[in-house]
Design a protein. Sequence first.
Length: 191
Amino acid sequence: MPKQKITKEMVVNAAFQLAREGGMERVLVKEIAARLGCSVQPIYSYCQNMDGLRREVERRTEGFMADYLCARVDPDNLFQSTGQAYVTLAQDEPELFKLFIHRRREGVSSLEEFYEREAGPGVAQAIAARLGLGGEQARQLHLDMLIYTVGLGTVFSAAAPGIPAEELFARQERAYQAFLTQIKEENRHES
């Protein structure tokens, strides 16, 4: 039987699947080699160090998340459907959700910088138009919900046997209504 040619893509795919199944702790050279049915030598030839491979797995995770969320977001209800998609992701892919949430974010030293890094361009404007809010109000509402949803997702991804998604969606809606009411109240006092 001829030897299989191991490629960098195969190594990254195997590492991603291991992370998906058991977290970044499973991304070990011997685990990757076992998954690929080869010795550790081809793994080392593509990965000078594990940090580089872990960054590749993080990039793959970001791409997976973007595809996952895009497939579940309702353009007519962008804001709420995105929040629900994050919670569903935490349920369906708990290890990838944890990896995405816990990844290091270089150059982020404030919640505003976090928002700039995490929010897609034009999201605040879409929320403002849908809800009749000013741009800054929509941005603050989105940031509040982003923080709240990440927290819910983190709890959801770590809970065993699991919290019903409907319970979390109800909490999301409750938080959304409270944050929206607060923003409208602040706006009324400023006027």
